[in-house]
Ligand binder design. Structure first.
Ligand SMILES: [Fe+2]
Ligand SMILES: [Fe+2]
Length: 147
């Protein structure tokens, strides 16, 4: 187990100016929390539940990122390439982590990612790029009721 175990929740994660983005983040944190419980109670050879939870998380992340990418295009966000590039990078990282899990079932590797690397990235990403994107959208007349 890694020494730094970070559990983000709806209360502790930074909130941005658009509700639909926050709701997606909260959903994702719920999924990661369930994933964390499966990792903590993992018994060698018992891989199915974890594999399913990982695939569901990956799918949710894909939808999360493409929805934000669409928003950035809608509002002509000037740092679109930086923010969407970060989404692509992290999605690739998650995909290779899931592939590696499917091949090796290395619980330590998975545990490091889910309890340390990912939450560090997520908190920092929400607090910077998501925050600025949501603020920009509001300042440029984006109405969340219409979406
Ligand atoms: Fe986000
Ligand atoms: Fe984002």
């Amino acid at each position: 187990m890694p020494s730094t175990k970070i559990i983000l929740t709806a209360e502790t994660v930074p909130h941005v100016a658009l509700d639909f983005m926050n709701n997606t983040h909260f959903e994702e944190l719920d999924m990661v929390q369930s994933l964390g419980e499966l990792i903590t109670h993992y018994q060698q050879g018992d891989n199915d539940a974890l594999t399913q939870a990982l695939n569901a998380w990956l799918k949710h992340t894909q939808a999360h990122f493409s929805r934000e990418n669409e928003l950035m295009i809608d509002i002509q966000f000037p740092m679109y390439l930086v923010h969407s590039g970060e989404h692509s990078r992290v999605l690739e990282e998650m995909e290779s982590m899931v592939t590696s899990w499917n091949n090796d079932h290395d619980i330590e590797m998975l545990s490091d990612y889910v309890f340390t690397a990912w939450p560090q990235w997520f908190e920092q990403h929400v607090n910077s790029m998501d925050m600025v994107t949501a603020q920009f959208a509001l300042m440029h007349g984006y109405t969340q009721d219409l979406k």
